[in-house]
Design a protein around this ligand. Structure first.
Ligand SMILES: [Zn+2]
Length: 403
């Protein structure tokens, strides 16, 4: 069979200018999670032009499972057909309130570029490539978990995405995380004149403060490798009005899924306690937790080898365990996953900051994105072309799932 390696590499290089334009445009738009209308439309248009069949917006009941999705900025683009291996690429394109400081504009461009470069493979080998547009990784709307539960991923032999970083890495572990849906935890009390009739007021802000204190006391009694962090998102309007509305948002994370569950129950108790102490009411609902993916050593090795072909030196790969979390983790519990970190900035660069936002539209950012795109495309090419590679990846996944 003809070796398509060179063709894939050339294809990524040829598209470099266009991919930079797309990455920069998404950077400028900086659309928040669930509101990435222009960014996702641009990606869908490119994929359609590239010959993909695109489901624009994952809204309503999934034909496969009947489960509902409500994500107008999610999409599914498919190339090829059933009857051969099936592989996936995930794109993200949401910004944070301080812009593209996590570089998801480059995730989108790297994945798009890899997908377009793989067209030559699917012309020659039976199989299917699914490009999944996954909104709101940073919060704000349901993300990959809902797409997964609705069955849109189908059945994949492997799935990959590339995330910008200050280093290259294939197998970093993530923390499990659970967070309340939407605006976090809401407390409601009763307003009154804070000075002339304080006895008539019930302060929702007091409830938030008691809650925060409860979390601080809990912090000492959680297993190492756990994290609790919160922000007060509404603390009232004026000192002379007893606040009848206040809200707080919290993320609970842990290395251990069972510890996450235990901490979550204690947070439930703290919320109830805060409401009882302050005679207020509360509303919240936990979102579905995200977990760490199943380890995929053979897939990691394959991607590292392909990154080498794309010009990444072996010593640029740095082992580390991220203390972040991602909804890609849940996808990695269903299918073999590589969440490839690629370097766009010097080691030690502060993430979610102005520095990482600048790196996400820098020349170094584009260089990293191109190499990541080549590494992803070559890896998926080998998975599709070589049953032996697929078998090794599957073996790891099955033993990881069982043990
Ligand atoms: Zn990110």
């Amino acid at each position: 069979m003809e070796d398509l390696t060179q063709k894939i590499l050339e294809s990524v290089d040829e598209q470099r200018g266009r991919m930079k334009e797309i990455a920069d445009k998404i950077w400028e738009l900086a659309e928040l999670g669930g509101k990435e209308f222009e960014s996702s439309a641009m990606l869908m248009d490119e994929l359609e032009r590239g010959g993909f069949a695109v489901e624009r917006g994952l809204v309503g009941k999934s034909p496969g499972t009947g489960a509902a999705c409500d994500m107008p900025t999610a999409f599914k683009a498919t190339l090829g057909d059933d009857g051969g291996p099936s592989v996936g690429i995930m794109l993200e394109y949401d910004a944070l309130p301080n812009g593209h400081s996590c570089g998801h504009n480059l995730i989108a461009a790297a994945g798009l570029s890899a997908a377009l470069a793989l067209r030559s493979v699917f012309d020659k080998i039976p199989g299917r490539l699914v490009v999944m547009g996954t909104p709101a990784e940073e919060g704000g709307a349901p993300g990959k978990t809902e797409i997964l539960h609705a069955g849109h991923f189908g059945n994949l032999d492997a799935v990959i995405m590339a995330h910008p970083s200050d280093r290259w890495n294939t197998g970093s572990r993530f923390l499990s995380i659970v967070q309340p849906k939407g605006g976090g935890i809401v407390f409601r009390g009763a307003p009154s004149h804070a000075s002339s009739e304080p006895e008539r007021g019930r302060s929702a802000l007091d409830a938030v403060l008691v809650f925060c204190n409860g979390i601080e006391f809990l912090r000492e009694h959680v297993r190492d490798g756990s994290r609790l962090h919160y922000v007060i998102t509404n603390g009232g309007e004026a000192p002379n009005i007893v606040p009848d509305f206040a809200s707080v948002n919290i993320y609970v994370r842990s290395e251990y899924p069972d510890e996450l569950e235990r901490i979550k129950k204690r947070v439930d108790d703290i919320i109830r306690g805060a409401s009882l102490i302050t005679d207020t009411t509360y509303e919240y609902e936990w979102d579905f937790p995200w977990y760490s993916p199943i380890k995929a050593p053979a897939f990691y090795a394959l991607v590292e080898e392909c990154a080498g072909i794309a010009g990444v030196a072996r010593d640029e790969f740095i082992d580390y365990d991220s203390f972040g979390s991602t909804d890609a983790g849940n996808v990695g519990l269903e299918f073999p996953l590589v969440h490839l970190d690629f370097r766009i900035a010097p080691l030690g660069t502060n993430w979610h900051s102005g520095d990482s936002a600048e790196a996400s539209r820098s020349e170094e950012g584009v260089c990293g994105m191109i190499k990541a795109s080549k590494a992803m495309a070559l890896s998926l090419y080998r998975i599709v072309a070589d049953p032996g590679v697929r078998e090794k990846i599957k073996k790891d996944f099955v033993s990881g799932k069982n043990g």
